[in-house]
Design a protein around this ligand. Structure first.
Ligand SMILES: [Zn+2]
Ligand SMILES: [Zn+2]
Length: 346
């Protein structure tokens, strides 16, 4: 066991504070990672505040982890000391169900084991990236290519794969019109990735406040959803809409923006159930779908794609002591576009 410094919420809704946690000794197939950077994801806040249900405390959030391998177990074949690596939202799964065998560990029939707020197979709670070090089985560790700075790579491990996976699954590419709802941590990555995939990209944001950024990051068009004319003007336009917002939307209105056979895919997770008039799906054979992160294989594919296209996240680097203030700013949509903790400051 190794004792490492971390930032943790001692109880639900409590502010995060500096503490120490134990990391397990490196096992046969484990990799010990010196964490350099940890992104702040909106879901960290949902979980610290128990917005998604009962959680495990103390909680060390953080599932956008980038660092350097400092030790490997004797059975490790994929990584060596000194490698640049990342860890995303999961650290294990059953590995035996159809989804795991297909490389879709995020949809493991037994439930994947979350990087934090989860229970490991050893019966110990998992602790996330707001810490100095983490020990992870090599099968759930990703290689970060040289082409991406580690701080800008961290948010790719959740925000990047969460948007890449549905874009690929629903065939975003040349000749396709893709809309991204929301210009936050997830949204700005969706814009960059959809553009790099060759799609024509439209941002649908509440206001035009971030329009210049959106166009700079690769959007071809930018509309305000607070303007009712947007919904008339864009009716029947898109092949794919990726909604990154975690507030409930007027789904009927957004479905009206799809072409026949179009899909509206949610990657944000509102805390409350939503209601929908199903007629908005019938006319035009439309799909309302959801998508959750991505498998390990696809996450590596995404990182390689980002390196090839020079894509990293737009970040604001903060010290660990600023984390509570950062949470408030995330809730106020006051970040461009992802906070990343420099873990050397923990
Ligand atoms: Zn996340
Ligand atoms: Zn499984």
């Amino acid at each position: 066991m190794t004792t490492v410094a971390a930032y943790a919420a001692p109880a639900a809704k409590a502010p995060l504070e500096r503490t120490t946690i134990e990391r397990r000794a490196v096992r046969e197939h484990d990799v010990l990672i010196d964490i350099k950077f940890a992104g702040i994801c909106h879901s960290d806040i949902h979980q610290v505040r128990e917005g998604w249900g009962e959680a495990i405390f103390p909680m060390v959030p953080g599932h956008e982890i980038a660092g350097i391998v400092s030790e490997v177990g004797p059975g490790v074949t994929k990584f060596a000391v000194g490698d640049r690596v990342g860890v995303g939202c999961m650290v294990d799964s059953c590995r035996e169900c159809d989804n795991c065998k297909a490389g879709q560990e995020q949809y493991c029939a037994s439930g994947n084991i979350g990087t934090y707020n989860g229970m490991g197979k050893d019966g110990e709670p998992t602790y996330g990236g707001y810490s100095e070090k983490i020990v992870v089985d090599e099968d759930f560790v990703l290689g970060i290519p040289e082409g991406i700075a580690l701080d800008e790579a961290a948010p790719l491990l959740c925000a990047g794969i969460t948007t890449y996976s549905p874009l690929k699954h629903w065939n975003a590419g040349p000749g396709k019109k893709v809309a991204v709802v929301g210009m936050g941590g997830l949204g700005h990555m969706a814009v960059k990735l959809a553009h790099a995939l060759g799609a024509e990209v439209t941002v649908l944001s509440q206001s035009l406040r971030k329009k210049d950024d959106g166009l700079k990051l690769g959007a071809d068009h930018y509309y305000a959803t607070s303007d009712p004319a947007t919904f008339e003007q864009l009716a029947g336009t898109f092949d794919l809409i990726v909604s990154t917002v975690s507030a409930p939307l007027d789904f009927g209105a957004y479905l009206g923006l799809l072409r026949t056979d179009g899909a509206l895919v949610n990657v944000g997770a509102p805390e409350e159930p939503v209601s929908l008039n199903l007629f908005s799906l019938l006319g035009g054979r439309k799909t309302l779908a959801g998508s959750m992160i991505g498998g390990i294989r696809e996450t590596q594919e995404m990182l390689d794609f980002c390196a090839e296209h020079g894509i990293g996240a737009e970040i604001e680097l903060i010290s660990a002591s600023e984390v509570n203030e950062a949470y408030e700013r995330v809730l106020a949509s006051d970040v461009r576009y992802r906070f990343v903790i420099d873990t050397a400051t923990i």
